[in-house]
Design a protein around this ligand. Sequence first.
Ligand SMILES: [Fe+2]
Ligand SMILES: [Fe+2]
Length: 143
Amino acid sequence: MKANFVEFTPEYYTGNEKIDKEHQQLFTIINRLYSAMREGKSKVILQEILDELLDYTIKHFTDEELYMLSYNYPRYHEHKRIHQELTDKVKQFRQEFMAGNSFISVELLLFLNNWLANHIKVEDFAYMRHIREVEKQKQMEAK
Ligand SMILES: [Fe+2]
Ligand SMILES: [Fe+2]
C-alpha cells in the first residue's frame, strides 16, 4: 500500500506561497488520517484528526475568501458557496463517523482526495488567474 494517500506535487502549485503552504497542510492532514485509519488507531485519535481537518479547512477557506475579495474576484460568491458545501460535507462525515458509521473512512478519503485535487485545479486556479491578470494590469498602469 502507498505510504501517502495523496501527494502534493507541482501540478497543484497556484503560484502563491501562502496558499500553496495551506494546500500542502491539507494534504498532510489527509495523509495523517489515512495512516491512522490504516494502522487501526482509536476512534478518539481519528476524531481528533477529523477535527483538525475541519478547523484547517475553515481557516484555509477563510484566507482564500479574503484574498479573492481583496482582488474583487467576479466569481467570489460562487467560490464561497462551493467552500461552504465542502465544509458542510466534512462536518457531515465527521458527525456520521462519530455516530458510529464504520464505512465512512473509505468514502471520506475518496471524497477528500477528489475535492482537494479538483477544487484546487479548477476553482483555485481560476481565482489565481484573475489575481495575476489584475496584478499585470496594475504593473502596466504603473509604467
Ligand atoms: Fe484552496
Ligand atoms: Fe478554494
